[in-house]
Structures are given as C-alpha cells and as structure tokens.
Design a protein around this ligand. Structure first.
Ligand code: SF4
Length: 469
C-alpha cells in the first residue's frame, strides 16, 4: 500500500518527523514516499496514488502551512486517508477534521502511524478515527532518510569565522517533565518525556555524518530532562566523531541545576545552547510558570560564559502584561549580558500565541485579555490594553521583517529596535555597550522560533517554495 509522508516546514531541518516513521512504515511493508515541501515542489502524482497520507505538524507554522496541502490532496485524491500527526495535531483536531483530515495522532507517533497503516491495509478503518495520543515507551528504529532531499538543501551553521557547516538534525528525547503554561508540549505530554535509545541516536548520527553533516542539532524540547542519557550520548558522539559539533536546548533551571555537567558539553563539541528565557520580569515569568527568575537568567549567562559555551536566548517579549519600560529593560539586560550578537532578531518581535489546550487559559490574568479564537492564526486573539505597546510591536515586527529581507546584521537590527523602544518610552537612547572582545557567536541560517507567528510575507515565501500558492 502506498503511503505519502509530508512535512510542510521543520525550521529548516531535514525532517526527523518523516525519517523516523518512514523506517517503521517500511518495516511494516509500506511503499513509502516522503515529500518535504520546505525544499521540494508539490508533485500531484505523489498525492494521487497514495492510500494513506500522513502530514507532520510539529509546530505553529507547519500547521498553518498544512491547510493548503490538505485541501489540495483532498481535491486530487478524495479516497485517501489523511492523517495529521505531531505536537500540534491533537489541539487543532476539530479544525483539521473540518479541512478533511480523517485521523489525528499525537505524542509518540511512530507506533500509532504503523498501526493505522496496518488497519488501512486490512480494510478496517472508517472515515474518521478517534484522536490517538500515545505515551508508549517505544523501541525506536534508525530513521530512514532515503527519499528525503540531501542535507545541503537545508539550514547551515554559520560558524564564528563565517565558515558554513552542513547540519544534521536528530532527537534524543521527546516531551518534557515541566509544565510551562504557554508551552505547546504541555497539553500533549503533561509532564512526561520519552527517550530515543542511545544506540538509535548514535546510528542516526553516523548516518547523518555519512551524508555530510558537520554539526548536529539535537531537537529535544529540553536536552537535560534526562541528563544522564544526554551526557552519555554526547560523550559517545565525541568519542566517535571528535570534529563534530552540536547544539542543544536547555532551560535556565536545568542549566543551574546541572551546572557541573556544562564542562562536559564544552569538551564534547557543544557550540551553543538555546534557552527559553521568555522574559526578564519576574511577574511575567511567574505567570508563565517558567521555573526561573530574572536573577537565574543572569547567573546562567555567567556560567555559560565561564565555560565557554555560547548562550542563545529566546524570548516572548510581547504579552498582555508587557510594558514599554519592561521591553526597554529586556533590551538593556541583553546588552549588559553581552548577548546582542547571540540573539536572533525575531526573538524581539515574538507575540504570545495561545493555542487551544494552552494552560494559560486557566489563568485569570489571561482570561481578562482573551478574545475569540482566530482560526486563521490558530490562536486566541488578544489586544494589549496600552495602544503604545501595540504600536511598538508593529514597529519592531517591521524592523525585523525588513532587515531579514535586506540581510542586515544582528547588531544593527538590535540597535534599530533599541532606538525605536526608547522613542516609544520618550527617552533618548543611550549608546549600546561595545561588542565583547570574543569571536562572534555561531548561529543558524534559519532563524525562526517554533512558536513565532509567521508574517504574511514568510508564509507566502514558504508556500511559493512548495509551488502551493
Ligand atoms: S517551555 Fe521548555 S521546559 Fe517548559 S514545558 Fe516547554 S519544553 Fe518544557
């Protein structure tokens, strides 16, 4: 039976979310074709003869982009069983069903997708299946990356000396032990995390290196949810590939709790750690239930500097509780900590998204701001009570979008936003501190944050890349 696996967008990475189920489905006997619309054009022939089409929706942008592909596949192949799987599928189940999706899979998806394939092959599946969220402790297979475009079609690492490196993406765990209120992982995993067996992670890394990867991005929501597993994995990675570098995502709380493990990261080739700071205001951090305060961020930045690991912070600067003064304080903190060059400018333009299932909706402080659910944006709407904050948001967003198109550097963009924020505050902008005398931090050529709302221009570009405008 023919199965089409589709990815619409995966932050510029070759999609693990297709390669892993492809291995399971092929082992079960499926005739699998993968289609990554981030780098490939939509081919009608692939959709016409597939009996099962499974579309991966791991994040907001991927889900928004899925709408067009679902409609097109439904037109071309009314008999196909369409399944959406991944983090954003269960929360958007009603909307996906309205588009014509037959089944929804969340959590650990490889087993349920294989089960769906077997039932379809045996003629047991009706037109609609219940939402299936699995937390099974799966025994993974090495992802099968045959049939996906080569790694040089994807995101590049820009090293400190401007050399560009080919990036491979893998996962050593999924889910998360924590319950941050705004996080899309929480409504699905609710405090659980699941590991990918180390032998499978290493087999995947070996394969990625053979395909040309010079750097590995571990896409785990938090690499230190299982610190023993994480450290053993990077020790093995480094022993086998001493030249290979990597990056990980670790929350502030874990950076402090496991500070003793940071030297191991440095020794084994970790180039930078992404960390979700979100805010430098303790009140907002408490509302988000982030598990850290401003002082912890300052301490984590200092620890990473001490161990020679670049810290790449992410923020949600525009919330209903943001003030102009607070925004300026965020910029000043980034500057004082020497993180201007480590910060992707999009991080300064991110607006809180509240999807269905968000724990934020339990909060009285949020409820007073909540507007109707916006199906086009897949988020509950909100308008800041202070129009000057909305005005600053629009200005910052324009600065970031225009600079992205014009290829303007991070420090110049930060400087323009610094100026705009001080204009909004009615104060003269003091000079920024000089860049620290150390190499410019490495970064990825694709800078989106998974929860950022894409601009119309970005959506149009991605749809245009796949020929689905
Ligand atoms: S924001 Fe990070 S630490 Fe918090 S629940 Fe989500 S993945 Fe876990």
């Amino acid at each position: 039976m023919k199965v089409l696996l589709v990815s619409t967008y995966d932050l510029g990475h070759q999609p693990f979310g297709l390669a892993s189920p492809a291995a399971w489905l092929k082992q079960a006997g499926a005739d699998v074709r993968c289609l990554d619309l981030a780098v490939e054009e939509f081919g009608e022939d692939a959709a016409v003869d597939a009996r099962m089409v499974a579309i991966h929706v791991p994040m907001h942008t991927a889900t928004r982009l899925a709408e067009t592909i679902i409609r097109r596949i439904r037109e071309l192949n009314p008999a196909a069983h369409i399944c959406c799987f991944g983090l954003y599928a269960p929360a958007n189940a009603d909307w996906l069903r309205k588009l014509g999706v037959n089944s929804i899979v969340g959590g650990e998806f490889e087993g349920p997708l294989t089960g769906l394939y077997r039932r379809l092959d045996g003629g047991e599946v009706g037109s609609h299946e219940a939402v299936h969220i699995s937390f099974d402790k799966q025994v993974f297979l090495r992802p099968d990356r045959r049939g996906l475009p080569p790694l040089d079609r994807y995101v590049r690492l820009i090293r400190s000396d401007d050399r560009r490196g080919v990036v491979g993406y893998t996962e050593a765990s999924r889910g998360c032990k924590h319950h941050c209120r705004h996080c899309p992982v929480v409504p699905v995993y609710d405090g659980r995390f699941r590991i990918v067996q180390r032998r499978v992670v290493m087999a995947d890394i070996r394969h990625l290196v053979a395909q040309g990867a010079e750097h590995i991005t571990f896409g785990d929501p938090d690499f230190f949810n299982g610190p023993g597993h994480a450290v053993a994995t990077v020790r093995e990675l480094h022993a086998e590939f001493p030249e290979l570098t990597y990056d990980v995502t670790i929350k502030i709380e874990h950076l402090l709790a496991h500070a003793g493990r940071l030297p191991v990261l440095k020794e084994t080739g970790c180039l930078f750690v992404t960390t979700a700071v979100e805010s430098v205001e303790d009140r907002i951090l408490a509302l988000l239930d982030k598990g850290h305060v401003r002082a912890d961020f300052v301490q984590a930045a200092s620890l990473c500097r001490q161990y020679g690991i670049d810290l790449s912070p992410t923020f949600i600067p525009f919330t209903p509780w943001t003030t102009i003064r607070g925004y300026v304080d965020l910029l000043a903190t980034v500057d004082q900590l020497g993180l201007v060059d480590s910060l992707s400018p999009i991080q300064l333009a991110i607006r809180l998204l509240v999807p269905r299932g968000s724990r934020l909706r339990d909060l009285e402080e949020w409820q007073e701001h909540e507007g109707p659910f916006d199906e086009a944006a897949l988020s509950y709407g909100w308008v800041h009570p202070d129009p000057s904050v909305e005005g600053l948001y629009a200005t910052v967003r324009d600065i970031v979008a225009n600079s992205e198109e014009a290829g303007i550097g991070r420090r110049a963009v930060f400087s323009a936003i610094w100026q705009a924020a001080h204009d909004a505050l009615g104060r003269r902008a003091p000079p920024l501190t000089a860049p620290h005398h150390r190499p410019r931090p490495p970064y990825m050529s694709e800078a989106w944050y998974c929860c950022a709302e894409p601009t119309d221009h970005q959506l149009a570009r991605l749809r245009g890349d796949s020929g689905l405008t």
